[in-house]
Design a protein around this ligand. Structure first.
Ligand code: NAI
Length: 274
């Protein structure tokens, strides 16, 4: 399906851990569309994940950066500009982690140190990425930054725990920084609110399998896959979406605007007649 939509464009893709990662699929899609990319992830993920395999497939360099470290991100911006011989055009923020989810603390009995880490890794990191990029003047005019989010930012999904608050903050940062970066440098900043997707981060959420099925039945088009999310990100990095900024864009097969669906009603009716 490649159309060279990103020919001549250069970007950084954060957060490819393994072949299930949304960032992994997005990296491949960007390269298929003609982009040159640099990959980045936390140092520990570089040791444990498979990013070097992806780097070979994408002919890309890998630069470690902990997204909670401004020094790491400043270094990444400089290195990426050296590698690509100038400024960049796009960045994907595909980063999320909650120590409370990992360690099974419930939302109401939260551990606040963990909570702060969740916010730092999953939300403030977008501010840091944008601040480092702006400080280094690393993005060309009409550059595009996309961060991935989830509808638990707007509605209560109990298993999503403190990640819901992190996503609400992430979306707010995209809006606020998008305002400033737009006026300063015509850079656009958006979040994409993706369907539940089977990945390392996704599967960590309590009751994920049942929820995946529920979302599939609630969405007129079904759940959006990681590959489809990658295609949507490509469109947001391309010149066809130049005037879109500060938005939270639902990429969820219609889930967000469906009140109830026939397959769900049928399931409940069936269960009640058993
Ligand atoms: P994933 O587990 O493959 O990706 C998460 C990435 O965050 C990993 O590569 C991990 O190394 C990275 N990361 C964690 N801490 C970091 C740090 N301190 N510095 C730099 N990187 C760090 O899972 P997935 O699902 O591809 O997640 C990508 C994004 O998509 C996340 O923001 C997630 O919340 C979001 N999302 C995922 C959905 C799902 O159901 N899988 C649904 C909606 C949004």
């Amino acid at each position: 399906m490649a159309h060279q939509l990103l020919k001549g464009k250069k970007g950084i893709i954060f957060g490819a851990l393994d072949e299930r990662s949304i960032a992994w699929k997005t990296a491949l899609a960007c390269v298929a569309e003609g982009a040159e990319i640099t990959l980045s992830n936390a140092p520990i993920a570089l040791r444990m994940g498979k990013i070097n395999e992806l780097a070979k497939l994408c002919n890309a360099e890998v630069i470690p950066a902990d997204a909670t470290s401004t020094a790491d991100l400043d270094n990444l911006m400089q290195k990426a500009m050296e590698i690509h011989g100038g400024k960049l055009d796009f960045m994907l923020h595909s980063i999320g982690m909650s120590p409370n989810v990992r360690k099974n603390f419930s939302y109401t009995e939260t551990n606040y140190e963990n909570f702060l880490k969740t916010l730092d890794i999953s939300a403030l990191s977008l501010h840091r990425v944008l601040q480092s990029a702006k400080k280094a003047d690393a993005l060309n005019e009409w550059g595009s930054v996309v961060a991935l989010t989830y509808i638990a930012a707007q509605r209560a999904f109990p298993g999503y725990n403190d990640m819901a608050d992190a996503k609400a903050m992430l979306e707010s940062i995209a809006r606020s920084f998008g305002y400033h970066y737009g006026f300063a440098k015509k850079v656009r900043v958006n979040t994409v609110s993706q369907s539940p997707t089977v990945t390392t981060a996704g599967s960590g959420v309590a009751g994920f399998d049942v929820f995946l099925d529920y979302a599939e039945k609630m969405s007129p088009l079904g759940n959006a896959s990681a590959e489809q999310c990658a295609d949507y990100c490509v469109s947001l990095f391309s010149d066809y979406t130049r005037m879109v900024t500060m938005q939270n864009l639902f990429h969820d097969g219609g889930f967000s605007f469906t009140g109830v669906s026939t397959p769900i009603v049928e399931d409940i009716t069936k269960a009640n007649t058993l």
